[in-house]
Write a protein that binds this ligand. Structure first.
Ligand SMILES: [Zn+2]
Length: 195
């Protein structure tokens, strides 16, 4: 699946999916902030990801409620974490790569497309590694990207990948760990104001 890569910063607010990516970032803070550093295996260095998918009550992917309040969103969310693989906590094939985990968790669902477009949106805290960029594009080993080659009426679907901190260089991991050390509310306020 073709991808775009954008850092989630205000300077990129004209790139496809910015507002949705910010909401996904807020949601990952709520999802993983509830369990971080409580002995679940998810701690401050664990990278989080989320991808917007179509709501599907049959498989319990309900429409998400916006973190900042308001009506239910038109999409549901599948989450990923670098400490989780398809079958649980794992540092194996799909472990260590939060974006792969999110997309694998959404296998069998439909990616949510921005209205009138063929653009899907994924948020991941750290820049996808080289192997993951290959995997997102349909290559690499292991369990394949379940969304390779999907089309809709507007053509092949592009996955717009938004990341916040550069990895492994430029202090991104340290910045993420500092962010995760804050309270959930402080993290969300930071996203609202500074991302
Ligand atoms: Zn990776």
């Amino acid at each position: 699946m073709p991808i775009t890569l954008s850092q989630l910063i205000p300077a990129n607010n004209a790139n496809v999916g910015y507002a949705l990516a910010k909401e996904l970032a807020l949601q990952t803070v709520a999802q993983f902030g509830a369990v971080r550093s409580t002995g679940t295996g998810i701690a401050e260095a664990s990278c989080c990801a989320a991808v917007a998918i179509n709501p599907n009550p049959v498989t319990h992917f309900q429409a998400a409620n916006p973190i900042n309040g308001g009506a239910a969103l038109p999409y549901s969310i599948a989450y990923g974490n670098s400490r989780i693989a398809a079958s649980g906590l794992d540092t194996g094939n799909l472990g260590g790569h939060a974006e792969r985990c999110a997309l694998t968790a959404a296998a069998g669902e439909m990616l949510y497309l921005l209205p009138g477009s063929n653009h899907a949106v994924l948020f991941v805290e750290l820049t996808p590694c080289g192997a993951c960029q290959t995997w997102l594009n349909g290559g690499g080993g292991g369990v394949a990207n379940p969304f390779n080659g999907i089309f809709n009426g507007a053509g092949i679907v592009t996955l717009n990948v938004w990341w916040r901190w550069a990895y492994p260089d430029d202090g991104g991991l340290a910045a993420m760990k500092t962010f995760h050390s804050w309270t959930t509310l402080t993290q969300q306020n930071d996203i609202n104001v500074n991302w």
